[in-house]
Design a protein around this ligand. Structure first.
Ligand code: RRO
Length: 392
């Protein structure tokens, strides 16, 4: 019997953008150049999201500005990018589209001030009007932690509201239907989640999705040998990402999903590196999942690997589409916990049995060295027998 492969397809922005896979890249590493974006287009990623842009091209903060360990990464890139014009240019879009067919291509903006964000948004609205098929959405980054002298916008609720208000006026005035998402920083306390959600909910119809979370701002790592920070700018403070932030990201997706208007999608991002991470993000309510640090470390082949792992989990659980489990996290219960313990025990017993069987097989199999030795002994015995006439 052949089982039908589960579908990873999803939609974001209230069905206006279709993704063949719910897994795609986060804005950030490996998204700054047309060549890097073309590689994402060629991969199994469901969409392509460019690096956050500023009005003009800029090189970013001084090196060293990145650091990685097994469980965590730091970056203080400081928005290196080629300027918004580059990400909207025909040359870049054609190169990306030529590599990835019809995958949605999305841009991201992170202006130095409100006026810069409005200037870039006007350019994107115009490009969208001129050629709807080339740009699918814009992600407004309200959470970059690394611009020297600029606090994170979405931690200042007054400023966040000012920005969304101005953005909303521009969108209404231009009568643009360009889907707009906002990238949010992580929150850690109930009232902060509530404040952020209350503000965003005022812009339902303008804000189509929330991507949660950006890196955890102002983290720090020490180089023990040199007794220095590992990052050279901002006194060594930098954005934290990678597996270490996954549980903060899950909490943010879960809580924001429960507080936001259902017409605003939540896209999960933060510490995702396996199919199981994606499964968990969808279970807590994500409509799609972006991958940042893992894409940075592993390259665009990560999208295929993560998708395969997700398909395996869906097969095991009998899910054929992500809609069947999206947002369907169950309440904690004694019965659920004991069923989970029993399943874990059964799996451990199965793995132990498999290991023992493999070990036995290894012991039973003579190795190449033994075989060569036996052959040599047999040849010497035959030669000796021949010499002393035993064979004659
Ligand atoms: O470029 C960066 O330093 C950067 C950005 Br724009 C962001 O949104 N998040 C991050 O960790 N780094």
């Amino acid at each position: 019997m052949t089982t039908k492969k589960p579908s990873l397809a999803t939609t974001i922005c209230q069905g206006r953008i279709s993704l063949t896979s719910c897994v795609y890249n986060a804005s950030g590493p490996r998204t700054g150049s047309s060549a890097a974006l073309a590689k994402i287009a060629k991969s199994e990623a469901g969409g392509i999201l460019a690096k956050s842009a500023t009005v003009e091209s800029q090189t970013g903060n001084p090196q060293p500005r990145t650091w990685q360990s097994e469980s965590a990464s730091l970056n203080s890139e400081g928005l290196p990018n080629y300027g918004i014009g580059y990400y909207l240019s025909d040359d870049v879009i054609n190169e990306v589209k030529a590599s990835g067919g019809d995958k949605p291509y999305m841009v991201s903006i992170s202006g130095k001030n409100l006026q810069d964000n409005l200037t870039m948004l006007s350019d994107i609205v115009k490009a969208y009007k001129d050629n709807k098929s080339s740009i699918s959405a814009v992600e407004l980054n309200l959470a970059c932690p690394n611009v020297i002298g600029h606090p994170i916008i979405a931690y200042d609720f007054k400023q966040m509201e000012e920005v969304l208000n101005a953005v909303s006026s521009l969108m209404k005035k231009s009568k643009s239907e360009l889907p707009l998402g906002v990238k949010m920083p992580p929150y850690f306390d109930g009232p902060h989640f509530q404040n952020a959600a209350n503000i965003i909910n005022k812009y339902v119809g303008i804000v189509s999705y929330v991507a949660s979370i950006n890196t955890i701002g102002n983290a720090f790592a020490v180089d023990t040998h040199s007794e220095m920070p590992v990052i050279s700018s901002k006194g060594g403070l930098a954005g934290l990402s990678g597996p270490a932030v996954k549980h903060t990201a899950l909490a943010n997706v879960k809580v924001l999903r429960s507080l936001l208007n259902p017409d605003i999608d939540v896209i999960g991002v933060g510490g995702v590196s396996t199919g199981e991470d994606v499964f968990q993000m969808i279970l807590v309510g994500a409509s799609a999942v972006q991958v940042g640090t893992c894409h940075w470390i592993e390259g665009p082949s990560c999208f295929g690997r993560i998708s395969d792992e997700l398909i395996e989990i869906m097969n095991e659980k009998g899910y054929s589409s992500i809609e069947e489990f999206r947002g369907k996290l169950r309440d904690w219960s004694k019965e659920g916990a004991s069923a989970s313990r029993a399943a874990r025990k059964a799996r451990e017993a199965r793995e132990k049995e498999e290991k023992e069987a493999n070990d036995l097989l290894k012991q039973a199999k003579p190795n190449l060295f033994d075989i060569v030795n036996l052959v040599l002994i047999a040849i010497i015995a035959m030669l000796a027998a021949d010499k002393f006439g035993i064979m004659s």
